[in-house]
Ligand binder design. Structure first.
Ligand code: PMP
Length: 400
């Protein structure tokens, strides 16, 4: 009977928003969940999405089921956006692309593929990583372990630790990499470091598995943010890449993304695609159509595509501005001589503050700043006007 079911713990990321709602302090700040906000801290629907929506309505398309693999026009453009339209792997039809339920659902499909066709193979994830990665691999019964990534001493990358751990992993492991804007740290490898990472992965016959949830949202440029993925592909490696349009198009609730598997031959790609469909069918049958049409229509129309790029740049720019203001506020207010430059070196939506759990509790309990307990803050939930207040809270918490 249901009587025997125990209470599940709240989700560590989504639970933060629930706690935020319950607080009625006027200065409260929600820096928990990674969703873009305007300078007025309101949710933002991209103008280009509104336009695409209007066009869709005018076209009056039907709502019949999509095929299991999703909307063909979407699958075509999503692979082109990621790898570049002229990439030989696309021309040679070596990519198996299947529309997924945003980044999470696409990762989940890849995890199921690994579980089924690489029994016992391990996925290596960064320490730390986005909280849901462990859940996804646990649910798919894929064994995972961690590689070193974050160095608390420098609030930077533990590059040597990372390389040593990837080297030490059993041959043929899957190495999960954040394509850009690492979540939660905001710390990305340099292009040179990416080269060394690719060297080790190749040496050990590992398979790179990219989670790219922020393409275009980190730097403002789709191409710049895909450079890591494209570099691996250019080396002729087999690659998995899960995409999301939650952040870069603000389509959070539409659940639109894709899983791409770059194979060594078009025949292998066709077989992999058939298996991904076989996995998807009993999970959710086929994906939703609306977000897929929005993406396909925006990318397929040069004026809309331009507009999207401009809005992406605007969003990335606002976050960069806030990052600079926060750094300035911290540096000018803190008299301890602490070096805050790590805030500026980080990229993307998040900043890792280096605050420990007790200090995070102080942030929330005393200052009404809601954030995850790993010390991560979402700069997308911050405005220029609130930077000084946040700096006071961080400095107070650090020195407590
Ligand atoms: N991977 C990472 C690293 C993320 O930060 C996110 C979003 N928080 C996702 C995947 C997936 O998000 P979604 O399922 O909304 O696309």
């Amino acid at each position: 009977h249901f009587e025997g079911i125990t209470m599940a713990p709240p989700d560590p990321i989504l639970g933060v928003s629930e706690a935020f709602k319950a607080d009625d302090h006027e200065l409260k700040l929600n820096l928990g969940v990674g969703a873009y906000r305007t300078e007025e801290l309101q949710p933002y629907v991209l103008d280009v999405v509104k336009k695409a929506d209007k066009l869709l309505l005018e076209k009056g398309e039907n709502l019949e089921y999509l095929p299991i693999e999703g909307l063909a026009a979407f699958n075509k453009v999503t692979a082109e956006l990621l790898f570049g339209a002229d990439n030989p792997v696309i021309k040679q039809q070596r990519v198996a692309t299947v529309q997924g339920l945003s980044g999470t659902g696409s990762l989940r499909l890849a995890a199921a593929l690994i579980e089924r066709y690489f029994p016992g193979a391990k996925v290596l994830i960064s320490s730390p990583t986005w909280g849901n990665h462990k859940n996804i691999f646990n649910e798919a019964r894929v064994p995972w372990s961690e590689y070193r990534y974050y160095d608390p001493k420098t609030v930077g990358l533990d590059f040597e630790g990372m390389i040593a751990d990837i080297k030490a992993a059993p041959e043929g492991s899957f190495i999960l990499l954040h394509g850009c804007a690492h979540n939660p740290t905001g710390i990305d490898p340099t292009p040179e470091q990416w080269g060394v990472i690719a060297d080790v992965i190749q040496e050990k016959n590992h398979i790179p598995f990219f989670d790219i949830a922020y393409q275009g949202f980190a730097s403002g440029s789709l191409d710049t943010d895909a450079a890591s993925v494209r570099m691996f592909v250019a080396r002729g490696m087999e690659v998995i890449a899960a995409q999301s349009y939650s952040k870069n198009l603000g389509l959070y609730a539409e659940r639109i993304g894709a899983i791409n598997v770059v194979c060594s031959s078009p025949e292998a790609a066709a077989r992999v695609k058939s298996q991904l469909k076989r996995i998807a069918r009993p999970m959710y049958s086929n994906p939703p159509v609306h977000g897929a049409r929005i993406v396909a229509n925006i990318v397929g129309d040069s004026a809309l595509f331009k507009e999207w790029n401009a809005e992406m740049e605007m969003m990335a720019g606002r976050i960069k501005n806030v990052r600079h203001k926060l750094f300035d506020s911290l540096s000018s207010k803190d008299k301890s001589g602490k070096d805050w430059s790590f805030v500026l070196k980080q990229i993307g939506m998040f900043s890792f503050t280096g605050l420990n759990k007790a200090q995070c509790d102080n942030m929330t309990n005393k200052w009404h700043v809601y954030m995850t307990k790993d010390g991560r803050i979402s700069l997308a939930g911050l405005s220029l006007a609130k930077c000084e207040y946040l700096a006071d809270a961080i400095i107070d918490s650090y020195h407590n």
